[in-house]
Structure formats: structure tokens, C-alpha cells
Design a protein around this ligand. Structure first.
Ligand SMILES: [Zn+2]
Length: 171
């Protein structure tokens, strides 16, 4: 497989966790509508985040096909990553900005179905998960803490600061 760019900033290898998938002995390349979903996430979510952060942005995961997903420890069997409709980003990996800034950029500027503040603490998440379903995005804000169930906020009519406060986060 050739490592081509699938958007201005994201490569196919990054989007498909190529190295880890090969190590696991799995072909993790999406096809058909999943391939299109992957492009939508790269263009509509990753690229604007990368530009807002002004430097390299780590894509921990975008597509995780059924086979590869089953091999990843702790991966949700119903994850949006299975259909290439989600991306995990971490700007601290390359020492470039902080993940809270990234989180706030997405909720204030982009369209998304479900954004997850992944672990970390009240100050910042360890990484940011963004689910994106073109044309049917619900703007749900979710917080995930260690050993606790997800806490979700569905009411997108409420001000973002109030919604964050509800989840125990400070905006
Ligand atoms: Zn994720």
C-alpha cells in the first residue's frame, strides 16, 4: 500500500494505523463508503484542527476495521472508528499546543456528531475523540473518565460553557 495523502495534512498510513495494523497482521484499509467517510473526517475535521493548532497534530486513530478493532485492547465493539466516522487526535504528542485547546476549537468551530474528552483531568483530556457523520451530526459532548461510564450532554441549544460545566469541565 502506498502512503498517499488523503487530505491536505493527513496521510493514509496515519488514518489506517498502518504500522500497528501490519504488525498485527491485518489489512486495515477501508473500502467503499467507509473510504469516503475517512476522507470526510480528514478534510472536515483533521485539516481544520491541524491548521488551528498551527503545527503537527498526531492522529492516533481514524479507521479501525472490524478485524483490527477486535485486536485493540479496550476498543469499543460499536465504535464509530469501525465505519471511519471518528478520529482520535492529540496535539501534545508533538509538543504542539494542549488538548483542551483542541477540544474547545472543535466545539466552537466545527460540525461533529460526538466529541469525547478522553480521560486526563478537569484541566485537559489525554486525547480528543471526534465522531463525524456528514449531514447527521448531533453535536453531543461527552466526557470519559477512568472506571466510570460515559457522561453525555445532548442539548446543543445550551451554551457551550454551560454544557461543559454540566460535565464537570471548565471551559
Ligand atoms: Zn476514538
Amino acid at each position: 500500500m502506498e502512503n498517499k495523502k488523503i487530505s491536505k495534512y493527513l496521510s493514509l498510513y496515519e488514518a489506517t494505523s498502518y504500522i500497528n495494523a501490519v504488525r498485527a497482521g491485518v489489512d486495515n484499509t477501508p473500502t467503499g463508503e467507509f473510504y469516503q467517510n475517512m476522507l470526510d473526517v480528514a478534510v472536515d475535521v483533521f485539516d481544520p484542527c491541524r491548521e488551528a493548532m498551527g503545527g503537527p497534530l498526531f492522529c492516533h486513530c481514524l479507521y479501525r476495521g472490524q478485524k483490527y478493532n477486535s485486536l485493540v485492547k479496550g476498543a469499543d465493539p460499536n465504535s464509530d472508528h469501525l465505519r471511519a466516522q471518528a478520529i482520535d487526535m492529540d496535539c501534545e504528542q508533538y509538543g504542539n499546543g494542549d488538548n483542551k485547546k483542541l477540544f474547545l476549537f472543535v466545539i466552537n468551530n466545527l460540525d461533529y456528531d460526538n466529541i469525547i474528552w478522553e480521560f486526563g483531568n478537569d484541566e485537559k483530556p489525554d486525547w480528543v475523540h471526534v465522531s463525524y457523520k456528514k449531514g447527521r451530526n448531533r453535536k453531543i459532548i461527552t466526557r470519559k473518565e477512568k472506571d466510570k461510564p460515559y457522561v453525555r450532554h445532548y442539548d446543543s441549544r445550551m451554551k457551550i460553557e454551560e454544557r461543559l460545566k454540566f460535565l464537570g469541565l471548565n471551559g
